[in-house]
Design a protein. Sequence first.
Length: 151
Amino acid sequence: MLVPLVATSTKKTPARALPVLVEDALVFFGDPHAAISDGIITGTGIECSMSVRARITLLKHRVLERPIIAQGGAVHFVGVGPSVEEATADAARRAVDFAVTRTGLGREEAYMLLSIIGELRVGTSPRPIMATRLIVPEEPLRAAGWNGDLP
């Protein structure tokens, strides 16, 4: 079972809902970067050291397949697949499922809304797996009935 692990946020840090993919998993924070672009065009970023302080809550009765990140007034839905197109479809499905289950929108309305307000970015991932993020502003989701809870 994929169980969400939620690192709660402060005003300075984003909330993240991360899946736990193996039994008795541990938490690891690593490979920090001072700056790095989506897609890492040249395969590099600015490496740095990091001190981490996190509050972690394990939600044993919820299922989550991919990370969800709430940051800067937007919700980021991560999609993965063997191609950018399949990763994009995965991110879109996850965003639509989220909107349908957490707002008053039907599937068709959710697809239309997310097509208008969503911003797609190609993310970083080890090849051959591609990753994308569909970034959705929180305000329209809240207007449609979302209460702000993740996941």
